[in-house]
Design a protein around this ligand. Sequence first.
Ligand SMILES: [Fe+2]
Ligand SMILES: [Fe+2]
Length: 304
Amino acid sequence: MLGAIARGLARLAIRNLTLEDAQTRHARRPPLPEQFDFEEMRRDHEAGRISRECRNWLEMMIVTEPGTPVYTAMLSGLEDARRPEFEAFRRFVVEIWTPEEAEHGECALRLAKAIGFDFDPAMVRDEADWARGYFEACPPCHRVLGTAAYTVIQEELTYLSHRAYAECSGSPELTRMGHAIAAEERYHACFYASRLRDALEVAALDGMTEEEASGVVAEVVARFQMPTNFHSRAFRQHVNQEMRDQAKAHFLAHKATIKRQLGPLFMAAGGLPLVRAVVRAKSPIGRYADEDAEAYARSSPAGE
Ligand SMILES: [Fe+2]
Ligand SMILES: [Fe+2]
């Protein structure tokens, strides 16, 4: 009973985003690649204004964003993606998320040219290779429940990655681009959190207990790895130890921010039982404390 009340209150705190909300926002959104002056970024690069730390972030971003077709294939091909209850999930993926992510990829490739990073996007367009790594790392991700949970975390960490280079770039135009893409990643995280809520409701109707469903999400949290890791060729060739250490240190340093953002999203999606399961999961960014559940319940996403 108390759990149900807490869940109800949390759901009031964060609005459920519908497909119509996303369609309205998408229709108003100007195409991203045309918003930025890549020649200016080139000049900033040639003038030595882009630090090694920034470049590390950029290269990791460039080997991840142009992989949209493989992510779309995975998202729309999940075992239960065609269930009518997941129409908002499926249509968002195909009609909204894919074109938006394709624009992130286009920005990444234009930037790669501007900073002299020789990258072949075909390296991150191998659906079978990527899916193998993804599903091996995350067996519950075969279904919408697992992948919706994965995607909430992935979008939030991708938000932080765009912010990371924006904040250390030395190029105002690059900073502007990083912030604009980051804001979109955060919107994606919020939208997928609403779909995680749908998936939990469907799981309950299918007869899964709350504990079992929360356990699935907790397993996804515990197994989480960034999508970059599953592009095996590009990862081997372009992502070195220094980049991995830099990203890990950054996410650890921003653990509180990640918790502040993800906590209320999980709270809105599945209430306290889900939050408790998530905070007890051994996450890749360090073990969360039980009292985080209370903080999650109180806080709300900062938004952008
Ligand atoms: Fe993106
Ligand atoms: Fe995204």
